[in-house]
Write a new protein. Structure first.
Length: 720
């Protein structure tokens, strides 16, 4: 995987040592003082506050299967309550969290979390969190910090509402000393491994410190395969020539053997953590080709022989493809290539096979789904190796993805392409960043993005299961969000990329794999951006596509590209739309005084882009009927992500203020009729004359990723 150089390696080593100290009891571990999830179908010491009804139900749940329903309220202070005086300590600060939701059909309303303090004679009240607006469509978090004051005998936590008759669900209430997270697995969850045992192995990358305590419990419950995240790389196993350090790698293999887990070896050869001594002779000069091959063979065969019969698969070479290395035909121009040429790849596989003929041997790399050029280079390399008789068994697709990219269709293309070589495919380093851009950063967990993450994991595993005859293993790059390389790469920031949170509790990502029906409905990006999901109407008619304004367009509604995705000024357009049974028609009048197509990238030229989601599914990635069409002011068409389609007919005309585009787009899957709606957006790209795109103006979707995600499109309704 694309992770750490030397500095990063030592940073991770120090981090691992610190985490070992934490998990061996040399620092104080905080304990959650309350955790009510109602999964035992009991009230768990919650009592009515006033004459109200409390009932544990299985019709709704934030996580798991059950929650607490409150009905029969007649006063604002009525609700569920719990005495916490025996759980908390005077003077200490606590994080208090509760999740709430309204029953179906209830309009949005307010909920508040409060504490009653009683000194033996009288009571007073403190608000902990809220009011928050709660609806019936999703769970909402009530969260606050509270310092336990002195001089009181009793503390009662309760949930209330100004609406005296409001009914509501309550779930996953926790009280934890402020600033700390208790790590404790949920024993009652369904095992991920058991769910997919007929399909493929479920693995996790681990560090040795995670082989005890709650991490070990999580491993044994949900995973049946392990990968050493760092301690089996060349730098770790042989930092100096002939001085092998197997202790930490042995711990991982021994744990797997003891607990019946498989092991993937990672990695025998990688340019980022190959010590310099490999390439230097005794005098500090360049080593000879023959001696370097001997060193490579000794390293590989010593390592593979040690674990023969215990490690079923090896990433033999890691990250050898680099499309930017034109002088090496797409192979990474690293020291191994500079000394040995392409031969080092074949030799590494041959040496590994000689040491353990039964082990499965993989070539591993990143961005194979998101970068078609890199995918083709990998395909061609493996094809060449197989034709030469090199013992390669499979391709490892790392799958460091995010909640938006790559499209599921691109992942499927990669799997199908590699499977056509007759090799196994393994998903080797799966995690899902909540960010699309390096500049993004969240201080708190973004609930809406984590819901999207759950849906995207669902889509991925549906695809993996579809190709379970080819995919033999899926390995997550980490077990839980408390340990992930994405907190330091590409920048230091919070991230939540895995199935379990920092407390080792199941996230929406877990439910996306195990019980997708429990996932909340995704929130549209227009809502995230505090905007409005725009709707417009297309009138029925069939214009002539000649870039001339005809009277037929007079009845069409006019919309504007009046929000900015890039920049804050530049080219904009007035847009009219029309439809008939088979086509959507566009008339775009663009204001752009400087016309340019200097840049070879079509999206950097002065142009309009039309986005269509025919089933209006608002999906996170393009489906088969979703399309992006582009045409510049010179009437030159381009298409993403699909190839040229003959159903796109355009005409353009320069004007004194810019240019006009008139277009007909043939529907791919629908027959339009009155009252139907499609997902729709349109944007204007502006190069102000310097050969690069200076601004992007769009009608609705502010995300900047309309080219691969339809969830932010507006709505276009067909009217007579």
């Amino acid at each position: 995987m694309k992770k750490y150089g030397k500095k990063g390696f030592w940073f991770i080593t120090v981090l691992a040592l610190l985490l070992i100290l934490v998990n061996t009891g040399l620092t104080v571990k905080a304990v959650e003082v309350l955790n009510s999830d109602f999964e035992n179908k009991k009230l768990e010491n919650w009592i009515p506050r006033g004459d109200v009804n409390l009932k544990v139900v299985s019709t709704e749940a934030h996580q798991g299967d059950c929650s607490l329903l409150t009905t029969g309220r007649i006063y604002g202070w009525n609700g569920p309550s719990i005495n916490i005086q025996d759980l908390v300590t005077e003077g200490k600060k606590y994080d208090i969290i509760a999740w709430v939701k309204l029953p179906a059909g209830h309009p949005e309303d307010e909920l508040i979390m409060s504490i009653e303090k009683n000194n033996g004679e009288s009571s007073s009240w403190d608000r902990v969190a809220g009011p928050v607006i709660v609806g019936s469509d999703k769970w909402v978090e009530l969260k606050g910090e509270y310092v336990i004051p002195g001089g009181y005998e009793r503390f009662t936590l309760y949930i209330e509402s100004p609406n005296t008759t409001l009914e509501y669900y309550l779930d996953d209430v926790s009280i934890t000393p402020a600033g700390v997270v208790k790590k404790e697995i949920q024993e009652d969850l369904q095992s991920v491994t058991e769910l997919y045992k007929g399909d493929f192995l479920i693995g996790a990358a681990v560090e040795p410190y995670q082989l005890s305590g709650e991490h070990a419990k999580l491993l044994k419950k949900h995973y049946n395969s392990l990968t050493a995240e760092n301690v089996m790389k060349p730098q770790s196993l042989q930092p100096e020539e002939d001085k092998f350090t197997f202790q930490e790698a042995d711990r991982i293999v021994d744990f797997a053997q003891k607990n019946g887990l498989q092991v993937r070896g990672h990695t025998l050869l990688w340019h980022q953590q190959s010590p310099d001594w490999f390439f230097e002779d005794s005098g500090g000069g360049k080593v000879s080709r023959i001696k370097l091959l001997r060193r490579l063979k000794r390293h590989i065969q010593t390592v593979v022989n040690r674990y023969k019969g215990k490690i079923y698969a090896w990433d033999v070479v890691n990250e050898v493809i680099d499309p930017s290395s034109k002088e090496t035909n797409g192979l990474r121009n690293n020291k191994w290539y500079q000394f040995l040429g392409e031969d080092y790849i074949a030799k590494a596989f041959e040496y590994a096979h000689e040491a353990d003929p039964e082990a499965k041997l993989f070539i591993n790399d990143y961005n194979l789904a998101s970068n078609p050029g890199k995918r083709d280079l990998m395909y061609n390399l493996v094809k060449r190796l197989k034709e030469k008789g090199v013992p390669i068994d499979g391709i490892g697709m790392q799958m460091h993805v995010n909640v938006y990219d790559p499209r599921i269709a691109e992942v499927e293309k990669a799997i199908k392409k590699f499977a056509s070589l007759g090799v196994e495919v393994q998903i080797t380093e799966l995690d899902m960043s909540v960010y699309m851009k390096k500049s993004q950063s969240y201080n708190e967990k973004p609930e809406d993005i984590l819901i999207k993450q759950g849906h995207r994991y669902k889509e991925l595993f549906e695809l993996f299961k579809k190709y379970s005859n080819v995919i033999t293993s899926v390995t997550f790059w980490g077990m839980a969000d408390d340990h992930t390389w994405l907190t330091t790469w590409p920048v230091q920031r919070n991230n939540w990329p895995l199935l379990f949170d920092k407390g080792l509790k199941a996230k929406y990502a877990y439910w996306g794999l195990v019980a997708p029906d429990k996932l909340p409905i995704m929130i549209n990006k227009a809502e995230e951006q505090k905007g409005i999901l725009k709707t417009t109407k297309a009138v029925k008619g069939t214009p002539v596509i000649d870039a001339e304004y005809d009277d037929i367009w007079d009845s069409a509604a006019v919309i504007s590209t009046d929000v900015w995705v890039e920049g804050d000024s530049g080219a904009i357009a007035k847009i009219r739309t029309m439809w008939n049974e088979n086509h959507l028609y566009i008339y775009a009048d663009v204001t752009d005084p400087v016309l340019s197509k200097e840049n070879g990238n079509t999206w950097e030229q002065d142009s309009i882009e039309i986005f269509i989601d025919e089933n209006n599914n608002k999906s996170l990635s393009y489906e088969d009927e979703d399309s992006q069409y582009r045409v510049n002011f010179s009437n030159e068409q381009s298409f993403d992500p699909n190839p040229v389609r003959p159903g796109f007919v355009t005409a353009t005309r320069k004007t004194d203020k810019g240019y006009v585009v008139e277009a007909a787009i043939e529907f791919l899957t629908i027959k339009a009729k009155e009252g139907n709606s499609i997902g729709f957006d349109i944007q204007v790209n502006d190069d102000q004359g310097n050969g690069s795109r200076a601004s992007v103006a769009i009608w609705n979707d502010l995300s900047g990723i309309s080219w691969k995600d339809t969830s932010g499109f507006g709505n276009l309704i067909f009217v007579e």
